[in-house]
Structure formats: structure tokens, C-alpha cells
Design a binder for this molecule. Structure first.
Ligand code: PMP
Length: 416
């Protein structure tokens, strides 16, 4: 099996590209990592994949969704199948404002721009702010999909460390000062305050005003990416950064984890002037976000107990988190460390020095378990001795089996 994995990787990375001299400079930043090829192998049924961050939508009431879509076609089909507004449908924007109140944000529907997933919102924000060589400050580690966008727009990434309470304010201050002293332009801080992907940590309530103050004083916008905010395992949702500073914060939300990613609907809340630019950027990218998806989501939110559904998702993910943590406690070698996330999908593992999680991945896949090596979440090659494990998709039994296989591979690795 290892041989076939390696040949799959080399096939994808050595294929000659006859157009290579014609691409724009920015296209050089778009590279498919060899991990991608490993993922194709990791999706085989015999492999326990702790790699992907796919939401587990098996609990969705498909009959109710189907009925809502059927009614939509009967009552509003021609509108749902037409082009729509570049900013999104007024009804969905109003419903988004209602959802935002759960995180303390008092938004007006005019503040909302609907996007094709929050991934497109990351792209649009980057497009309107970044010139090549501008700096974006990101947590260390950070979301691989955002790093890909930032790279494609030729931004330079400055990483700032987190601890178990999230981004460390003093280190943020130091990084801003050092970057400015080097004559560089910082355009924004990209942060995932809740149930971080990939680190699993949450920014503490005490640090939130600190981060806002530091960015306000340094005149740096905050891009607050919060797709997991309603998927906390204990207590009410955390108060958003934007709740306390609407002018300095662009907030990104998504229906991908609380409903279904297949509709590809997310949103941005932005200060008025930025929102206008985002709508123009949206219109040039897609003309408009899909009317059908937006109207289907509106119908779902109206006709279904969506809050009850999110509660069910939270309970399912909590059970899977518990399964992963207890399996790690029971089976991992003593020198491996991890955090216990209060929500979301991910656990971050720190391995003993000297273990290279990327080099180990083919051996893990041969042992029928997959993860994402830590280096994927850094722009600068760090993260060698760490990895992200996802507990969102496999059943608790499969998670336990996956951790058992991974522990076996790690033990062998430590003996080498
Ligand atoms: N931000 C983060 C932190 C994510 O984890 C994801 C999805 N994995 C996204 C943005 C994009 O989500 P979507 O486009 O489906 O809304």
C-alpha cells in the first residue's frame, strides 16, 4: 500500500505543466501539497480518517429539508432560480441578524453580505485589502484554507503564538511593533476566536478587550472568522469581538457547520464602507450568491427548529470529542500532549521533538489512520512535530480505533 501511496503522490507532483511560464506571479502561490494526494488514499473505507474537517450531517432532517425545498419551488420557484442581489436576499440577511444576536452582535440587514461559504468571504476581504507584500497577522497555527487565500494574493504572513487561552496579547503587541519597525504594512489580523481550527482553543473573555484595544491602537482591522461559534459544548455562545467594536472588525459566519456545507452559504458583517466594496467584489466574482441556496436556508430556518438541531449537533460532537480524549488518554505514549477543546471539531497534538508528522504520514496511512500534519497550518514551515486530529466525522468507535492505530505508529516512530 505504501508503494501505491508514494506513486500517487509523485504522479501528482511531477506532472509537467506546459503553461508554467504564462501564469501570473500570484499563481505561483497556488500549490497543491503532496498531502492532497494522501487524502485521496485516506478516504478509502479501511482508513480511519482523523484528517478531514467535514461536518457530520447525518443527523439532518432530510425529509424536512426536502419538504421546505419542494414548497420553495412551488411557491417561489422562478425567483429562486433567477439571479439575485449581489448582497444576498433581504430575508436571509434579516435571519442572519437574528443569529448574530446570539453572539451579542446588534446588526442591521444592510451590514450583511451573503457569500459562497465563509471561504469566499475570506477571499473577498483579502482581495479588497491586500497588495502583494502586505502583511496579515495570523495565529500560529492557522486555518489552512485562509493561508491558501492569503498566499494567492501574495500577502506575507506573520504568525503569533497562542496558548490555552488563545492568542497571546503581549506577543501580538510585539509582533505588530516588530513588523511596523521593519517598515511593513499590516492590513489585518486574521483570527478564529472560538474552537480554533486547527488548535482547538478559544480566546478567553479577559483577552478579548485586550486584543480589540491593541488592534484599535495600532489601527489594524480584525478579520474575525467564526464558523464554529455556535458549536460550543458548554454554556451559551461566546461574545463576538465585533459585538464590542463594529467599526474595527469584519465578522465572518457560515451555515456550513450548523446546517450543511452543500448549500455554500456564509456571510460577512462589515463596516459600511467595507461592505460596499465587498458587494462590488462579490458581483465581479459571482454576480450574486446563489438565490436558491439562500431561499432554501431561509425556508429551513423558518420551518424547522434549527436551534434544536444545533443542540443535537453539539451533543453529537461532544460525544465524539469525549471519545477522542479518552482514547488519547488511554493509548498515547506519555510524551505526546494535546488540548481538550470546548467546542468545534479539532484536537491539536504536540509530539516529542524529533518526530516529523509529515514524514510519518505515509506510515500512518499504511497503518490505516490519517491526520493532517502540523506544517499545513503554518506559512513558514513550522509545526513539524504537531498534528491536527478531527473528531467530527467518524463514530466514537472508529475514533477510538483510529487513535489506537495512531498510537501504534507513534510508538514505532519513537523507537526508530
Ligand atoms: N474558516 C474556518 C476556520 C473553517 O474551518 C472553514 C471550513 N473548514 C471555513 C472558514 C470555510 O467554511 P465555509 O466556506 O464552508 O463556510
Amino acid at each position: 500500500m505504501l508503494v501505491s501511496i508514494m506513486s500517487e503522490i509523485s504522479r501528482s507532483s511531477t506532472r509537467l505543466d506546459q503553461y508554467v511560464d504564462r501564469y501570473a506571479a500570484r499563481t505561483k502561490g497556488m500549490t497543491a501539497s503532496e498531502i492532497r494526494a494522501l487524502f485521496a488514499v485516506a478516504s478509502r473505507p479501511e482508513v480511519v480518517s482523523l484528517a478531514g474537517g467535514m461536518p457530520n450531517i447525518s443527523g439532518l432532517p432530510l425529509d424536512i429539508v426536502g419538504r421546505a425545498i419542494g414548497d420553495l419551488i412551488k411557491t417561489n420557484g422562478p425567483t429562486a432560480m433567477q439571479y439575485g442581489s449581489g448582497q444576498g436576499t433581504p430575508e436571509l440577511r434579516e435571519q442572519i441578524c437574528e443569529i448574530m444576536r446570539m453572539e451579542g452582535i446588534d446588526a442591521h440587514p444592510d451590514d450583511v453580505v451573503v457569500t459562497v461559504g465563509s471561504q469566499q468571504a475570506v477571499d473577498l476581504v483579502t482581495r479588497i485589502f491586500i497588495d502583494p507584500g502586505d502583511v496579515i497577522i495570523c495565529e500560529a497555527p492557522s486555518y489552512v484554507g485562509a493561508l491558501g487565500v492569503f498566499r494567492a494574493y501574495q500577502a506575507d504572513i506573520v504568525h503569533v503564538e497562542m496558548d490555552e487561552h488563545g492568542l497571546v496579547p503581549e506577543l501580538l503587541e510585539q509582533a505588530i511593533a516588530a513588523t511596523k519597525a521593519a517598515g511593513r504594512t499590516i492590513k489585518f489580523l486574521y483570527t478564529i476566536p472560538n474552537f480554533h481550527n486547527p488548535a482547538g482553543v478559544t480566546l478567553s473573555a479577559e483577552r478579548r478587550p485586550e486584543i480589540l484595544r491593541i488592534c484599535r491602537e495600532a489601527d489594524i482591522l480584525i478579520l474575525e472568522d467564526n464558523p464554529y461559534g455556535l458549536l460550543g459544548f458548554d454554556g451559551p455562545p461566546h461574545r463576538a469581538l465585533r459585538a464590542d467594536e463594529a467599526e474595527g472588525v469584519i465578522y465572518l459566519g457560515s451555515f456550513s457547520k450548523t446546517f450543511a456545507p452543500g448549500f455554500r452559504v456564509g456571510w460577512a458583517l462589515a463596516p459600511h464602507a467595507v461592505r460596499e466594496k465587498l458587494v462590488l467584489a462579490q458581483e465581479s466574482a459571482t454576480l450574486c450568491p446563489p438565490a436558491f441556496s439562500q431561499m432554501a436556508i431561509s425556508a429551513y430556518l423558518e420551518q424547522h427548529d434549527w436551534q434544536g438541531q444545533i443542540k443535537q449537533f453539539r451533543e453529537m460532537y461532544r460525544e465524539r470529542r469525549d471519545a477522542m480524549i479518552s482514547a488519547l488518554e488511554d493509548m498515547m505514549p506519555a510524551s505526546v500532549r494535546w488540548n481538550v477543546p470546548d467546542g468545534g471539531f479539532y484536537v491539536w497534538l504536540t509530539l516529542p521533538p524529533g518526530i516529523d508528522s509529515k514524514a510519518m504520514l505515509p506510515r500512518a496511512v499504511t497503518a490505516r489512520v490519517a491526520y493532517v500534519p502540523g506544517t499545513a497550518f503554518y506559512a513558514d514551515g513550522f509545526g513539524t512535530s504537531s498534528m491536527r486530529l478531527s473528531f467530527c466525522y467518524p463514530t466514537p468507535e472508529r475514533i477510538r480505533e483510529g487513535v489506537r492505530r495512531l498510537a501504534g505508529v507513534l510508538e514505532q516512530e519513537m523507537e526508530l
